[in-house]
Design a protein around this ligand. Structure first.
Ligand code: NAD
Length: 503
């Protein structure tokens, strides 16, 4: 823990501190509701101090002017440290967010991949794009410079992964930053800052303030010393962040929620193998990390002729998912992150049943067991049949283990249903017909479209949403461009008077 006290989770200008007010927060294990760590509960004052430090590091420090190859080397060192600490960090992510340890480990691998990807991207770049100015006496070049001080605000479902999609490109581009992780899952982000310090990042470049969104997050979004705000979270907070950032005309990137369709055509289920794969992946799409995934496939849109068989098998398998503490051997799915998240899920299921949905699996809290303490926030994977687009559960993001089933008869109807959402983050189409696959993929208004798959992403491919799923992109070259300003340098090699004005 680099010699810091447990509650010293604010890192400003190279030093670990407690909150200026002295306030602290207990971090709860979602599997039993018990406190297992304590962190600083920062407020606006801590946010201000952190922005001032990041401002100094950017305006006066060496990092923005450090050659790209050196910045890339530092990012690669961080990736190596992540691999070295994989077990410890994977376990910490599991306890903090409630996911299984295996999911936690996979998250850490993906975090290391993000650091390596952005290191490779900047290391391979040239020194700018030469533009033909139409004269041999002019040398014109467009260069990309860091945007400045970045405020990075992250959610609780993939705490370190979401942080890495911001921290790695921000640093690769030469920025300084202040990060505010979710107040309920801050621990691995604090650990990441320790790794950045260990890797030799200059003081003041990477700052973290643990604390609530309404105080620390809101202050960062409006702070005049911040040049860019990159936010991942829900639509309600994202809208507030965008409004605050607009007041200061800051650059803003938003990764918000999703209501993601999983469209299954009957031809995908024509063979036993095809049927089994589509069912298996539909379960994965909806229930991985208890559905607390922005791209969760919580909306199954299936061709009517195969609905009964498909839903019966889905329900059978959903009932068998082994729920429990993420650190327990053999557990496939952990609890929800908080009691609030569980109650929200229960309210969506209750409203769906009132609106006419038919419960095929789950729909309740499981019996406690040795792997599932009664005080944990568990909820059974739930399948709701006979749903339609008028229902609240179909329109709004649940962020819990709930799968709704709607049906279609024609390709046009399938596309219309899949696009009938205010969001547009991700969606999938399952079919054995390659022509149909390409046609439907082309018509889906979502930032990621999977054909005969669900959930994979690549660090080299942009991630982000259409519609209310957000503004801007993470990952890929566009995910680096978010953290930069383009500058045109026009060099006249033979200056002469213009003589526009007489005399
Ligand atoms: P949230 O919006 O409640 O919180 C996200 C972050 O914003 C937290 O750090 C929170 O403290 C902070 N925050 C809250 N109010 C704020 C304010 N007024 N000003 C500034 N910051 C504020 O979201 P959550 O519940 O932590 O995460 C779940 C949401 O995140 C879901 O909607 C999910 O879809 C979304 N998400 C999206 C992606 C994506 O890539 N599009 C990825 C992960 C999660």
């Amino acid at each position: 823990m680099s010699g810091r006290e447990a509650q010293q989770t604010i890192h400003v200008d190279g030093a670990w501190r407690s909150a200026a007010s002295g306030a602290t927060r207990e971090i709860l294990d979602p599997a039993d509701g018990r406190s297992f760590a304590v962190v600083a509960e920062g407020d606006e004052k801590d946010a201000d101090t952190a922005v001032e430090a990041a401002r100094r590091a950017f305006d006066e420090g060496a990092w923005p002017r450090t050659p790209a190859a050196e910045r890339a080397a530092l990012l690669r060192r961080v990736a190596d440290f992540l691999v070295r600490d994989r077990e410890e960090l994977g376990l910490l992510e599991s306890r903090d967010a409630g996911k299984t340890v295996e999911e936690g480990r996979v998250d850490i691998d993906c975090v290391a991949d993000a650091f390596r990807y952005f290191a490779d991207l900047v290391a391979a770049e040239g020194a700018g794009r030469v533009v033909d100015a139409g004269s041999p006496d002019v040398h014109s070049v467009v260069v990309h410079e860091p945007v400045g001080v970045c405020a990075l605000i992250t959610p609780w479902n993939y705490p370190l992964l979401q942080a890495s999609w911001k921290v790695a490109p921000a640093l690769a581009a030469g920025n300084s930053f202040v990060i505010k992780p979710s107040e309920i899952t801050p621990l691995t982000t604090v650990a990441l800052i320790e790794l950045l310090v260990e890797a030799g990042l200059p003081a003041g470049v990477a700052n973290i303030v643990t604390g609530p969104g309404q105080s620390v997050g809101a202050r960062l979004a409006e702070h005049p010393g911040v040049d860019l705000v990159s936010f991942t979270g829900g639509l309600v907070s994202g809208t507030k962040v965008a409004r605050a950032a607009a007041e200061g005309v800051k650059k803003v990137a938003l990764e918000l929620g999703g209501k993601n369709p999983n469209v299954v055509f009957a031809d995908a289920c024509a063979t036993d193998e095809g049927f089994d794969t589509a069912v298996d992946q539909a379960l994965n799409a909806a229930f991985i990390h208890s559905g607390q995934v922005c791209s969760a496939g919580g909306r199954l849109i299936i061709e009517e002729s195969v609905r009964d068989r498909f839903v019966a098998e889905l329900a059978r398998r959903a009932e068998r998912i082994r729920l429990g503490r993420g650190t327990e051997q053999g557990v496939e799915c952990g609890p929800l992150v908080s009691e609030q998240q569980r109650e929200k899920t229960e309210a969506y299921v209750a409203s769906a049943l009132v609106e006419g949905a038919v419960l095929r699996a789950g729909g309740r809290r499981p019996e406690p067991s040795s792997a599932r303490p009664a005080t944990g926030y568990f909820y059974e994977p739930t399948v709701l049949d006979r749903c339609h687009r008028g229902m609240k559960v179909v329109r709004e993001e649940v962020f819990g283990p709930v799968l709704t089933v709607e049906t279609f008869r024609t390709e046009d109807e399938a596309v219309a249903l899949a696009n009938d959402t205010e969001y547009g983050l991700a969606g999938a189409v399952w079919t054995a017909d390659a022509g149909r696959a390409r046609r439907v993929a082309g018509r889906l208004r979502h930032g990621t479209v999977w054909i005969n798959d669900f959930h994979p992403y690549l660090p080299q491919a942009e991630w982000g949403g259409f519609g209310k799923s957000g503004v801007g992109r993470e990952l890929g070259p566009a995910g680096l461009a978010e953290y930069r300003e383009a500058k045109h340098v026009y060099h006249n090699l033979r200056p002469k008077p213009v003589r526009w004005f007489a005399g």
